[in-house]
Design a protein. Structure first.
Length: 178
């Protein structure tokens, strides 16, 4: 069985392949986040039979690659970056590079044998994106309200007292009982 480790980045990724004994079959090689890069990757890693691809779920950058690999028949395991980092710390590498990371991910897969990840259906993925967008807008709105309150407090500190006094007036124009 071969274990394919991919270190994800925004424009260039790094791939390495090891066997069951963690011997290097394909030394760390870069490929780009485009059609030419994906074709290079598929030529490097060969056929999907008896293969497991492992990659970290880093931001959104893994999604296109995951879709391409699964459509090509590969089993793909999405990994928590914290797990792979802790696994790599055991070897205490002196430097941290994309090549070392790709090899570490491949060796993690060879030793830990993570299960392949099944993605939710298209509707669930789309709903998650909409919920994330909504959460971002709610956060932005809260930020703007806090900025407005700060500006009012600095330029017109009496505003809150005047507005709250006005709110306590009764509908008839006189003061309420409060």
């Amino acid at each position: 069985m071969k274990f394919i480790g991919i270190d994800i980045a925004s424009e260039k990724h790094m791939v390495a392949v090891v066997d069951e004994a963690s011997s290097v079959l394909v030394k760390p090689t870069t490929f780009t986040e485009d059609l030419a890069g994906y074709e290079k990757l598929l030529s490097l890693i060969g056929t999907p039979e008896d293969s497991l691809v492992a990659l970290e779920a880093t931001g959104h950058y893994w999604q296109n690659l995951f879709a391409t690999l699964t459509a090509s028949g590969f089993r793909v395991a999405l990994l928590n970056p914290l797990r792979t980092r802790r696994f790599a710390e055991v070897d205490l590498p002196r430097a941290k590079t994309d090549a070392i990371d790709a090899l570490g991910i491949a060796r993690f897969a060879a030793e830990k044998r993570p299960t392949a990840t099944a993605l939710p259906d298209e509707a669930t993925l789309e709903l998650r994106e909409w919920v994330r967008l909504r959460d971002r807008y709610v956060q932005d709105l809260g930020d703007r309200v806090r900025q407005l309150h700060r500006a009012l407090d600095l330029t017109f500190p009496e505003f809150t007292k005047l507005v709250s006094d006005g709110l306590r007036r009764s509908p008839s124009g006189g003061r309420g009982a409060g």
